[in-house]
Ligand binder design. Structure first.
Ligand code: FAD
Length: 695
């Protein structure tokens, strides 16, 4: 179609995309507002699905900018990276081209909870991201500040109050589109805070979005306020690394993307991280200067999992807190002190930092600061990330109240007393993290994840196809979005493996089998090549497992074949090769040496051999988990009518409180309704009866 009401003069688009087939008229299928973590994924996902997409952002040169931590992945978030990659998203591939220190966390635990993580070179990440964005077919990139939304009457078959049909830029120009995705991060009424000074900004050096925030509020969206912060950056050559604990990267490096066998840089050329700790002098400076620190005094909810050093001192007095000194890039002179996010007046920041071991002569190049911003209650969006209130309007990223930090978890690694006093959730993360020293705290992944899903669904909406929803049984993506849309969040949300019911099934190694095939068939966001590779892997795994099940010998024969394994079975029954592979000391190589035919061929592809070992490890538990998954899937299949008015409906017996909760969250399935706090089992049974009579 062509935009009837448009002329080129009305919209002076400077096309920055290299795609010559993109439309010349200012009418797009999808507009994405914001070029951060969520926006870049959303724009490229929509374009991959075949939508003519416009990415509108303040500045092209900040596309792919990491606002805070120069790192990606971690526990739980490494899973999300694998899943985003399985849907052909960008960040994993770009991290494989831009990292300076790759490490898998949680190695001592099973592969189901390994957390792929990397320190990233900021400059390289941005460069690689911009190259990718500007070379994505069907994607146009335009600089501009969006001030308002263009709204029209709703489609008759839908119940939303109105429909978005475009955006108004700050210069008054307009662009129309079928779907709009908002990924404005911390910019909605953003306020930067250092000491007692506050000024409006989305992040240091960037203007906030005020008009857009007002529009959303006028439309009736429930808006909350959150805060986060960033540490000061320290000159590398002012730090005495020689007296600190050094952490070296893994050798070999494990890539994030299924499409890569290795990363761009050899382990020996990667950069180390260093560990130091705070001390009582740091506490003293914080406590003495609280009256000069308005970010700490503000009542706005701060990120529980990314607390500033001030809030850690207040919550856990007299403790030593970890500070990881992380490189910002290969040729960067800056060090990011993970764990020292602070909003003290700039002159006090250096004073505090120089009290810390190894940092006695540290020079602060950029002070730490806090940012306070509007977020939208995520219960106002559906699992496809479309808003309930405005049709075809999608929200993704930090705007939905998510965060990426995990530093609270790592802070007490060497400080066991504090562990006992932490909240349940923090203790759970600590339980996962404690066995192994590691760098912690990463940005972005929750936002990238939402970006991909919003991009896919905004595009599917244009072509009137059913939404692409990942359920809790299919991926961490499903858990993240289901938690946000059913539970909401009053403090920045972050993913933990402990939030995931089926974590033995939802592993980083099998994200392609879980999502690539669906992404190709149901969303159209996956390339042919990636799809074919995932199909090959799936059939090779199935074939390999069935071959391993079919090879059976007595335990004494196995002992002869593989002397290092001691099979513990009291019975004289034959033992399957699959069961032998479960033993820690056995891998596909040793098994194939013992039984070359037919196993040798499964050792030719390293990834296949490693994945067969993981499948063998979880085989028996997965059988039981599969039954539970089926039960949940049955609940998920029971759809609630979209147009149901919970406040007035008479045919179902529900308390007023339950009605209000259902009215606000608008769950799409019985399963989602059952997870809303306060919706009682009795209410669910009544809803179930109601659904059955209406279907
Ligand atoms: P962003 O990456 O912030 O991107 C938003 C984009 O939208 C920007 O490109 C902006 O220019 C554009 N934009 C905004 N309004 C408009 C408009 N009206 N018109 C056009 N373009 C617009 N998160 C973490 O997970 N961990 C952290 O450690 C962390 N620390 C942070 C510290 C600070 C000081 C700040 C500012 C943020 C921090 N964040 C942190 C949040 C960080 O914003 C997210 O990690 C991540 O960048 C959010 O991704 P996003 O895509 O939602 O938003």
């Amino acid at each position: 179609w062509v935009a009837a009401s448009f002329t080129k003069q009305q919209f002076p688009l400077v096309r920055l995309s290299s795609d010559s087939a993109a439309p010349r008229t200012p009418h797009f299928d999808v507009i994405v507002i914001g070029g951060g973590h969520a926006g870049t994924e959303a724009a490229t996902a929509a374009a991959r699905c075949g939508s003519r997409t416009l990415l509108l952002t303040h500045r092209v040169d900040t596309i792919g900018q990491m606002s805070c931590n120069p790192s990606f992945g971690g526990i739980g978030k490494g899973h999300l990276m694998r899943e985003v990659d399985a849907l052909d998203g960008l960040c994993s591939r770009i991290c494989d081209q831009s990292g300076v220190h790759y490490k898998v966390l949680n190695r001592r635990k099973g592969p189901a909870v390994w957390g792929l993580r990397a320190q990233i070179d900021r400059k390289l990440y941005k460069q690689n991201m911009q190259k990718e964005i500007l070379n994505t077919p069907l994607l146009t990139v335009q600089e501009g500040a969006v001030e308002d939304l263009i709204l029209t009457e709703p489609e008759p078959e839908h119940t939303g109050k109105c429909r978005v049909s475009g955006v108004v830029l700050v210069d008054g120009s307009t662009v129309y589109a079928e779907s709009v995705i908002l990924t404005t991060g911390t910019f909605l009424r953003g306020m930067i805070v250092i000491g007692l000074e506050m000024h409006p900004a989305g992040r240091l050096g960037d203007q906030p979005s005020i008009g857009l925030a007002q529009t959303l509020e006028k439309l009736g969206f429930v808006v909350g306020r959150l805060k986060t912060g960033t540490p000061p950056r320290i000159a590398k050559d002012s730090i005495n690394f020689s007296i600190l604990n050094k952490q070296t990267p893994d050798n070999p490096s494990v890539p994030f993307s299924f499409t890569n066998e290795t990363v761009w840089i050899k382990p020996e050329d990667q950069l180390p991280c260093y560990l130091t700790h705070t001390n009582p002098r740091v506490d003293e400076i914080v406590l003495k200067n609280l009256h000069l620190n308005s970010h700490v005094k503000e009542t706005t909810r701060g990120p529980r999992y990314c607390p500033s050093i001030e809030s850690k001192v207040l919550r856990f007095p007299n403790r030593l807190h970890q500070v990881w000194l992380e490189p910002e890039g290969m040729d960067s002179d800056l060090i990011y002190p993970q764990g020292l996010s602070m909003t003290l007046p700039a002159e006090l920041q250096e004073k505090m930092i120089t009290c810390i071991r190894g940092l006695e002569k540290a020079k602060v190049i950029q002070p730490g600061y806090g940012v306070q911003y509007d977020y939208l209650d995520p219960r106002q969006i559906t699992p496809s990330l479309e808003t309930h209130l405005v049709q075809r309007l999608f929200f993704a990223g930090q705007i939905n109240g998510t965060t990426g930090y995990e530093e609270a978890a790592a802070q007490t690694e060497s400080c066991p007393v504090a562990r006992l006093e932490c909240s349940d959730m923090i203790s759970q993360v600590q339980a996962i993290l404690l066995p192994q020293p590691s760098v912690a705290g990463t940005a972005g992944m929750h936002h990238n994840t939402q970006g991909v899903i919003a991009g896919i669904n905004a595009s599917l909406r244009v072509s009137r196809k059913p939404p692409f929803v990942v359920s809790r049984t299919e991926g961490y993506i499903g858990v993240l979005i289901d938690d946000l849309t059913t539970l909401g969040t009053s403090e920045p949300y972050r993913m933990f493996t402990s939030r995931v019911e089926f974590r033995l099934s939802l592993r980083p190694d099998n994200a392609d089998i879980r999502l690539t095939l669906r992404g190709y068939k149901d969303a159209g966001c996956v390339s042919q090549q990636r799809y074919e590779r995932a199909c090959w892997m799936k059939s090779s795994l199935e074939e390999g497992i069935s071959v391993l099940k079919s090879i059976e010998f007595s335990s004494s024969k196995w002992k002869n074949l593989i002397p290092e394994v001691s099979i513990s079975t009291s019975r004289s029954l034959p033992v399957r090769a699959l069961d032998v592979l479960k033993y820690e000391e056995v891998d596909m190589d040793s098994l194939a040496k013992a039984v070359p035919e037919p196993l040798k061929k499964y050792t030719k592809c390293r990834e296949l051999a490693e994945r067969l070992k993981i499948e063998a490890t979880y085989e028996s538990v997965l059988f039981h988990q599969l039954q539970e998954i089926k039960g949940v899937q049955q609940d998920e299949a029971l759809q609630l009518p979209k147009d149901i008015d919970y406040l007035t409906i008479r045919d179902v017996s529900l308390s007023h409180e339950v009605r209000e909760k259902l009215h606000f969250s608008r769950p799409q399935t019985i399963g989602a309704a059952s997870r809303i706090p306060g919706v009682t089992p009795a209410a669910i049974i009544n809803l179930l009866r109601f659904v059955k009579t209406t279907q």
